[in-house]
Design a protein around this ligand. Sequence first.
Ligand SMILES: Cc1ncc(COP(=O)(O)O)c(C=O)c1O
Length: 437
Amino acid sequence: MDVLSVLKCRLEIVDDSVSSKELVDRIVALGPREEPLHLVELDTVVKRHYDWLRHLPRVRPFYAIKSNDDASIVETTLLLGCGYDCASKAECERVLGFGVDRERIIFAQPAKTIESLVYAREKGLRTVFDSEYELWKIHQYYPEAEVLIRYRFDSRKAKINLGVKFGCEPDKEACRLLDLAKKLGINVVGWCFNVGSGCSDPEIFYEAIEAGRRITDYATSIGYSFSMIDLGGGFPGDKDVNFQIYAVHINRALEEFFPDGQGWTVIAEPGRYYCAAALTSVIPVHGKRVFRSADSSARIEKVFYYFNDGIYGTFYSAKYRNQPVKPIIWKKRNDCGPMHKTFLFGPTCDGNDVFAADISLPELNVSDYVVFESQGAYSRVHSCRFNGFCLPKSIVFVRKSVWNLLDSVSSEDNLDRTILGSKYLQRNNKIEKLVFE
Ligand SMILES: Cc1ncc(COP(=O)(O)O)c(C=O)c1O
């Protein structure tokens, strides 16, 4: 079966007029389940893709599959013609298994196992390095590799700093590594950086690209001829974020430092941007514990609620990756109790399994629902079956006009779909209709 037919089996096509709120109501109407439920709206992924093409026409998106590898989301990105940023051999295998051309993959792992490096060689994948040891390994196990040097350029306004782990310093260290690469005869074709995941600092992209220009100039001075630049991830994903401002800074930097028409291939590795807002977690309260003051007033001091989902399901990032949840109480307004100090717990025995602590919420009852928007990034990918609890289950919807669009894009076979996306955009202004929020 082709990707479109497989995807069709996973989802329900709904009318364009159906709102996100109505879809949440439909999930709530299913009643409490053993497994946590995820409402997935593929429209959001498609809309994000076209916003990307519209605002960053020179930058090809290589979806960071690590952020959400749910089948329906991956298949949608396949139909849209994204490239892929893969972190491991398994991710490369999965993407290649879909028939994606190796040119549309970046194996963006700076510290690869020997086995995965040998695999990358077998498949002819482009990869990255940030240390002498990786260069020596590449020299030994994949000497003909095309590689990018990853330099560090951290935003102080990112949810997750990646520079603490990966990326050489962009000045002397980068030059030293390029010298060694040259000595070893390694084919460095460009550079990449990652400003940090969930970066709320669009200007940093300008500065990071400017640093890339200096590295490019040094590389040229020692005989390299760079052709590829990779802007990494870090783009915002939550609902209602202003992506355009990121594009303004990036386009300005590209124009200034890597003008169009000079043969640059420009890619980026957005993860959160594509998937975060596509997923809403919809979960019922299944347990409640009320703590009252010891004095005669019996005032409520705090309330604990227990859910079928926690840090071992959807909410690892809420606790450990700087993504605090914003609970939406899903019941009629006039049915809400008074506000209390509140703690939200997952189902496991682990005392750490608390994904919101000391927040203020109206009092809830068992079987009331709580909804968490923008939970698509770095959520279910962290989930496991600790204590035997169920993994989150996706319930997938797409609006009719978006489905028709995916259908028409997928029928134009044997074309580079990233380019096709842009062509489609220019050819058919109907895309403007894809604004559902
Ligand atoms: C190498 C690399 N590229 C891209 C990403 C995606 O980042 P984001 O989801 O913030 O776009 C990550 C995230 O950890 C990463 O490590």
